[in-house]
Design a protein around this ligand. Sequence first.
Ligand SMILES: CC(=O)N[C@H]1[C@@H](OP(=O)(O)OP(=O)(O)OC[C@H]2O[C@@H](n3ccc(=O)[nH]c3=O)[C@H](O)[C@@H]2O)O[C@H](CO)[C@@H](O)[C@@H]1O
Ligand SMILES: C=C(OP(=O)(O)O)C(=O)O
Length: 429
Amino acid sequence: MDSIIIRGNGTLNGAIPISGAKNAALPLMIASLLSSEPLVLENVPRLADVEALKDILSNHGVDYRVGGKRPGDAVTTGRRISFRAETIVDTTAPYDLVRKMRASFWVIGPLLARCGEAKVSLPGGCAIGTRPIDLFIESLKALGAEIDIDAGYVSAKAPNGLKGAHYTFPKVSVGATHVMLMAASLAQGDTIIENAAREPEVGDLATCLNAMGAKITGIGTSTLKIQGVTSLHGATHPVLPDRIETGTFAACVAMTGGDVMLQNARPELLQNALDVLKQTGTNVEILNEGIRVSRNGGDIHPVDFTTEPFPGFPTDLQAQYMALLTRAKGVSHVKETIFENRFMHVQELARLGADIAIDGQMATVTGVERLSGAPVMATDLRASMSLVIAGLVADGETEVNRVYHLDRGFELLEEKLSAVGADIKRVSA
Ligand SMILES: CC(=O)N[C@H]1[C@@H](OP(=O)(O)OP(=O)(O)OC[C@H]2O[C@@H](n3ccc(=O)[nH]c3=O)[C@H](O)[C@@H]2O)O[C@H](CO)[C@@H](O)[C@@H]1O
Ligand SMILES: C=C(OP(=O)(O)O)C(=O)O
């Protein structure tokens, strides 16, 4: 099995191109199930999750073609992929395919809306909490679906089509909002979704659906209004830049010091996280080309933050920022409110010399003078990345195992970090 070897070796300098967002690309790809015409996505990142979803969509009858980048496109890493679901050949998403990735469960929305039925295995995904599906079930029932859960599968039926409804989510859910948006786009009549997730990836999906002929208003707010239409057509849509990758590389530079331009990054997608970064003493400059992050010596200041739904601090950056704070001059507090089990990186950061105490949802991070390299492994994607960040300044060699987690969500990780001066390489055992 591959591992990543990092040697702490000083500052990072240069430029890193930001890829298309994993968490936008996945629901956009799933939206291709809603139309018999091609949905062309640009700037699709090369990630294990994208590959896994291609297999799942193929099983339903989606034909995909990978094209080159657009002429003149500044992004060198993304791809243009055309997805076409001319006919849906199978409305079942089997366990073997769905277990690899949580988002694959979301096919339930478009399959149900287009075919009147779907049978989807209960999902897998990052081991960060129990991750129930009650909000999906309740919101689809509000649209008139009949739902049955048996033998690890959710079977949904709407033989006479879905009907528009007024539904208020009792809790903000990104995935359940994606699914309800897709389902309501092809429902009869109007739907109002209240307490919808406002994450930029939800807005990206809604914008793409509108380009396909959907009628969605309120994009970017917590109230989405959808006028159902009878069919959707093809469209071309660029995947949003990855705000989590942006925040992650920003944390790398804050950790090592140096000066890096995050090309194509968009500050409005992670304002809260950039504000927290500034409080650590890191410079953040917004330029036409992207976001420039620099820190020239001096201490990392301690800071307190709490994860919250957008526009709050994203849970998907919690582990990476915690890694940064392990080297702060003083005590920081990190509160995780989205997932109940998202401190799995703490134990591994401790192996590198970090001083972190956990009490329920709160982690107290006491900065240390020095981290020292060791073999480590994490149980999820962002946790793995926190170990890479710590490894960038640790003395000696840090070996991060279970690299398949990183491959789910960080495109060309070693290439991008090596290009700005990090000593990082992948080795096969
Ligand atoms: C592929 C993708 O985009 N994944 C992101 C998505 O995950 P995902 O869409 O799975 O996360 P949700 O927003 O649904 O989860 C938020 C909270 O709601 C709870 N919940 C969710 C659904 C449900 O039916 N019942 C319920 O109780 C979850 O357990 C969690 O506590 O948003 C998360 C929160 O920003 C991110 O960390 C993930 O990276
Ligand atoms: C938690 C994540 O992904 P997933 O929802 O696919 O598990 C993530 O991207 O950090």
